[in-house]
Design a protein around this ligand. Sequence first.
Ligand code: SF4
Length: 339
Amino acid sequence: MNDDTPVLEARGLVKRFPVRRTLFGRVTRAVSAVDEVDLRVAAGETLGLIGESGSGKSTAGRLVARLVRPDAGRVALLGREVGDTPADLRWLRTRVQVVLQDPFSSLDPTKTVGHAVAEPLVVHKLGNRSQREELAERMLDRVGLGASYAWRYPAELSGGQRQRVAIARGLVLAPRLLVADEPTSALDLSTRSEILNLLLELQESTGVACLLISHDFATIRHLAHRIAVLYLGKVVEAGPAERLAEDPAHPYTKAMMSAVPVPDPGGQNKRKRIALSGEIPSPIDLPSGCRFSSRCPYATDHCHSTEPEMIDLSSGHRVACHLYDPSTEADRPTTPTAP
Ligand code: SF4
């Protein structure tokens, strides 16, 4: 692995979940959850994956962590392609850890916090008992709880404290990639910012790469260096976080961003809220052409018939929209103005 090798490189990930089969097991209808998704995360970098509910963002995270097997595509971690052999999966599990939205469901209520944090070390047969206890206590210190919490039970903790335990457990193996799926959406506002700041601080001190999954742009903006926007299983826009926040290109990203409150009241007045109309297509029966065309105020006949390709706008900012494709200029409606 050389210095340029990303921690994660996923190419062409596809996942469909069957909803109907014939008597003989042949799939006749399937939900398209993730369709030809590429992801790349470098060491010390956070890639924010954002989209509405049903956009496929959580499935994409599960594919990367191999909690779900992809139908197509490949995942390389630290330059090594990960297959489905037990050896590959064991190798991956010590290097990729997942933090979920609801820490309570991921913690066994009958086991102490110390046990929960040390469990990944037990599973992977790392260290002896006293070394594992010592490391678990050190991790609890790192996440701001203190070693004394090792003897408590999950039910004795607040939501924020449970999420700190989940993060300690996620980092105890010193993974190279952390997949954080809506890590703060079950928390109240003040606890949310404490957990985001903790993640930021831990990432800066450990250099772990992070795939942060959220429906909330403010959360993503707080941590992410780059952002990928998913709509119905496809990445429709990707690029540096600052660029997407200041100058989003895709009509869907613009609409999503227009709903984010701006702290400066002057700025809020200038930003016009873009309300989307039209039905979200069923992921079982996707429309031809652009998947966003049923809700897009700029859709043309061309959009309804031809799926847009990803186009490079500038310095890593890419968008899948015919509005930016020079070859479709004749069919193009008025270029949208920034919200
Ligand atoms: Fe809208 Fe057409 Fe762009 Fe799709 S390709 S987002 S329908 S303008």
